[in-house]
Design a protein around this ligand. Structure first.
Ligand SMILES: [Co+2]
Length: 463
């Protein structure tokens, strides 16, 4: 989920050239293949027993676990099927509890790399970290839960990449993602407090073409059908105890957009590579900017430079807070703020063939209470006060959308919702779009700045 910053808040100036620019492995054009080649490990496991009743060989029904060490993505020959009961495997659509796939209770580690400039001797001490409230990543239970959330993200997005095709409605895709996440967690999130224990970190974003961020389908609107020419950003979050994995990718079915997707994937990977403890935000931004601008894409005979979207930023994440307060723009700036040990960042970049700047589009994406929301409010509208209590119980400060209220069986909430927004109690998030006719892409990973390593939690074989 992108962090929006008004353009005039982006510090001016020039962070200067950065030496760290190298094209990362994410730079090769992949475009259309994202939908197809996330299946590097299909058939690669022991015991490909079709005991889930889904025996369509053309439909991948096995979902790989983290295997980011592998250099991707050639379909390996399927092993002979054995009817022996083997370790359970993920189904398609994903419905197998993740805990059943990892009986040890230990979930796969993300990709771990060193911090870029690991020479600082004045590193924060453990005691200081406790004081700043950033000690959670040293807790093995928190770390394991966080890795579990990341594995659920990988398995659910694999299902998207393997099955979503033009002709699908965005509503079905969003519901499919959210049903999958909740099934793998084993938590439908209906009883009060359940969705705060684990579930969606924010409403699934499905933005096409010039829509850049913060669009989610609503049953109240005319059905939106995915087209073959669409470039679709898929952005969803999985949380356990408020620790949110925020990760996004872009799908296209037409190879025209390969370079656009490659640019943004490269820019995001460059941001990830540059990030680390004691690294200044301006240096991460400058590296991202340089890489993004080095690409162009030809669409319909016109060559477009790929522009970084300047008012959507990478951001830190705090418990139950998708935007923790630090922002990393995708354009050069003079922000000397450093990334610090114990911090969690969603490194995301957006590239566009339009202006590289978004405006608020019509409609509402979602709603969120501030982190320190009062226990109750007393507005003139009784239904608003009741709705406030429900929202606080169900979601706390997690961002939610109208679909999430619908599935709780709440009805006639619209007047209350609008009243809470009008009174500044509840924040509403608008869809964000570039100019019509433009195309944009997004890639995003959640990274943990641990004491001795940078863990790219959501890394998979796909991106
Ligand atoms: Co985000």
């Amino acid at each position: 989920m992108g962090s929006k910053s008004p353009e005039d808040q982006i510090p001016g100036g020039n962070g200067g050239p950065l030496s760290a620019h190298q094209c990362s492995s994410g730079g090769e054009p992949r475009g259309a293949h994202v939908a197809r080649d996330g299946d590097g490990q299909l058939g690669d496991k022991d015991g490909d027993g079709d005991d889930d009743g889904d025996d369509d060989d053309e439909t991948p029904s096995v979902i790989p676990t983290a295997d980011h060490g592998k250099k991707k993505n050639k379909r390996k020959p399927k092993k002979k099927k054995t009817k022996n009961a083997a370790a359970p495997q993920q189904s398609s659509p994903p419905r197998v509890l993740l805990a059943e796939l990892f009986p040890s209770g230990e979930y796969p580690t993300g990709e771990c790399v060193g911090h870029p400039d690991d020479v600082n001797t004045a590193r924060t001490t453990a005691a200081e970290l406790r004081l700043t409230g950033r000690h959670h990543l040293a807790d093995p239970a928190v770390l394991n839960d966080y890795r579990k959330a990341a594995e659920i993200h990988r398995q659910v997005r694999h299902w998207v990449q393997a099955t979503v095709t033009p002709g699908d409605t965005l509503l079905d895709i969003a519901n499919g993602i959210e049903d999958g996440v909740r099934a793998l967690l084993g938590n439908p999130g209906i009883a009060p407090g359940d969705a705060r224990r684990s579930g969606m970190g924010f409403p699934t974003g499905l933005c096409r073409n010039h829509e850049v961020a913060h669009y989610t389908p609503s049953p109240a609107q005319k059905a939106v059908v995915l087209q073959r020419q669409d470039v679709m950003k898929v952005d969803f979050g999985v949380h356990i105890n408020g620790w949110i994995v925020d990760s996004a990718f872009t799908m296209a079915f037409d190879p025209t957009y390969d370079n656009l997707l490659a640019a943004v994937k490269d820019a995001t990977n460059t941001g990830i590579k540059t990030a680390g403890i004691d690294v200044r935000i301006c240096d991460v931004s400058a590296a991202i900017h340089e890489v993004m601008e080095s690409y162009e894409v030809e669409i319909g005979g016109t060559v477009y430079p790929v522009k970084p979207v300047r008012n959507l930023c990478a951001h830190d994440i705090k418990q139950y807070r998708i935007h923790g307060g630090k922002s990393i723009p995708a354009v050069r700036n003079a922000d000397q703020t450093k990334m610090e040990e114990g911090e969690i960042f969603a490194i995301e970049t957006f590239g566009s063939t339009g202006r590289g700047r978004t405006h608020d589009d019509v409609g509402v994406y979602g709603y969120g209470l501030p982190y320190h929301a009062p226990t109750q409010v007393n507005l003139p509208l009784a239904s608003a006060n009741r709705l406030y209590k429900t929202i606080r119980e169900q979601f706390g400060s997690l961002v939610f959308c109208r679909r999430y209220l619908d599935r709780l069986g709440i009805d006639r909430y619209l007047a209350g919702l609008n009243c809470l927004v009008a009174n500044g109690v509840l924040e509403a998030y608008e869809p964000l779009a570039d100019i019509k006719g433009s195309y944009s892409a997004q890639f995003e990973h959640t990274i943990l700045l641990r004491e001795n390593t940078k863990e790219i939690l959501s890394r998979g074989s796909d991106y």
